[in-house]
Ligand binder design. Structure first.
Ligand SMILES: Cc1cc2nc3c(=O)[nH]c(=O)nc-3n(C[C@H](O)[C@H](O)[C@H](O)COP(=O)(O)O)c2cc1C
Ligand code: SF4
Length: 432
């Protein structure tokens, strides 16, 4: 098994305290960078490391930082995306609860790189314990001189403000997050302009995920080449994979990028519940195309998962065993997206509503064959036609479920029942 980097000290019950963090080598990257590495060099270092964003899109982190205009007279902001609300995701939460200084050191280093003097830490409102741990870490960092004015005598100043999220999935979309930070409803903005040019208060802004930022101290300590040498060349590093669903040992696993799905499920996850067969898995949270059980050997890195027809996203793998009804799965996810749509774009607002309507009538045995074409048509009208990617995420699992499991949809329509033996039902409801 690969070396654990971000999770190296995660099981130490005292790691959240600054003294323990420092004993374990913490804040040494900050000391090194402030003394010996210029901001522009740090950006180059992160570019060279090949680090790609861990929040979903996999965009190269150093490149994103380099889009921040150096000559802008406006303040520059770093927004830490700690909203983590996608079904199946729970990795950032563990980092914040059990190793908050690691995240904070990444925030300070990243702020230094882009010339930010006020970073905003936007944490999901429901994460009460994570908030408490992060707030304590920020306070300790101020006391020890890692935050505030003239950090460690370097002349660099940084304040960190923690803001609790607005309680909606859309608060995690980068421009929705910015709107929410400005005190408004988290309705995403049309891009361009991208946040790097015009973000928080119309100032240059970088939005980065918690796990992405937590990688930065290690890149500084051990070098860009070291990081780039882990895993596949185009998706280097380790990745915390959230494993959930029908597995014996759900949880967070830090694995080298490129680890096969089979190893994740059968070695780390202890196999499928009850020894049943793997039917499908969603590799990137709930907003990406599903993989079938036959794709068990796909490697979990950005490019390999894309080549297999899906997306790694934030690497939250939801496992479904042979007893899972794919029509039901598509309906449940569509309900989530309908509920979470901010309503700004007609295709998303109306389309997610109709997905739920049609999927539930198929699931209840009241569908027609025309409904299948209608579903695909709606998905086509939703995908890539909206302000943000929530709508694409709503359509992807539905389209791929129909693609891979059409027989199951047809059986619901023709036989007016779920074909899975344990889910036999008639019009009056389930009778198993
Ligand atoms: C609907 C929606 C929800 C999102 N939620 C999150 C989230 O909770 N956390 C996160 O880091 N990124 C989330 N993202 C991705 C962010 O918009 C953004 O790409 C990310 O924070 C960038 O950070 P990174 O470059 O470090 O990955 C979401 C995107 C969409 C479309
Ligand atoms: S795609 Fe949906 S969630 Fe995103 S801005 Fe449009 S309506 Fe809002």
């Amino acid at each position: 098994m690969a070396e654990r980097i971000l999770f190296k000290h995660i099981d130490n019950p005292k790691q959240y305290q600054v003294e323990t963090y420092v004993q374990n080598g913490g804040y040494s990257a900050l000391k090194l960078a402030l003394k010996e590495i210029k901001p522009a060099e740090l950006i180059e270092m992160v570019k060279k490391s090949g680090l790609r964003g861990r929040g979903g899109a996999g965009f190269p982190t150093g490149l994103k930082w380099s889009f921040v205009p150096k000559d802008s007279p406006k303040p520059k902001y770093l927004c830490v995306n700690a909203d983590e609300s996608e079904p199946g995701t729970f990795k950032d939460r563990q980092l914040m609860e059990y190793d908050p200084h690691q995240v904070l050191e990444g925030v300070i280093l990243s702020s230094y790189a882009i010339g930010c003097h006020h970073a905003y830490f936007y944490i999901r409102g429901e994460f009460g314990f994570g908030y408490k741990r992060m707030a304590q870490a920020v306070e300790e960092a101020y006391q020890k001189g890692y935050l505030g004015k003239n950090i460690l005598g370097s002349g660099f100043d940084l304040d960190v403000t923690i803001v609790r999220g607005g309680g909606a999935y859309i608060c995690g979309e980068e421009t929705g997050l910015i709107e929410s930070l400005e005190g408004k409803r988290a309705m995403p903005r049309v891009k361009p302009p991208f946040p790097a040019v015009s973000g928080l208060y119309n100032c240059p802004t970088v939005v980065n995920n918690v796990e992405t930022l937590a990688c930065v101290p290690h890149i500084v300590n051990r070098g860009a080449e070291w990081f780039a040498s882990i895993g596949p060349a185009k998706s280097p590093g380790t990745k915390i994979v959230c494993l959930s669903g029908h597995v014996n040992k759900p949880g967070n696993y830090e694995l080298e990028m490129g680890t096969p799905l089979r190893e994740l499920i059968y070695t780390h996850g202890g196999g499928i519940l009850g020894g049943r067969r793997l039917k499908a898995a969603i590799p990137g949270g709930s907003s990406v195309p599903i993989l079938t059980g036959k794709q068990i050997d796909v490697k979990l890195d950005f490019d390999s998962v894309a080549a297999a027809g899906s997306l790694l996203g934030c690497a939250a793998v939801i496992v479904m065993d042979e007893r899972t009804c794919m029509v039901w799965m598509a309906e449940r996810l569509s309900e989530f997206y309908e509920h979470e749509s901010c309503g700004k774009c007609t295709p998303c607002r109306e389309g997610t509503f109709w997905l739920v309507e049609i999927l539930s009538r198929i699931e209840e045995g009241r569908g027609t064959m025309r409904d299948l074409d209608l579903l695909l048509n709606i998905c086509d009208n939703i995908s890539f036609k909206t302000v943000c990617a929530l709508a694409d995420g709503a359509a992807a699992p539905v389209v791929s479920a129909i693609q891979h499991f059409k027989d199951e949809f047809v059986a619901h329509i023709e036989e007016k029942r779920c074909p899975l033996p344990h889910r036999a039902f008639d019009f009056d409801g389930f009778v198993n």
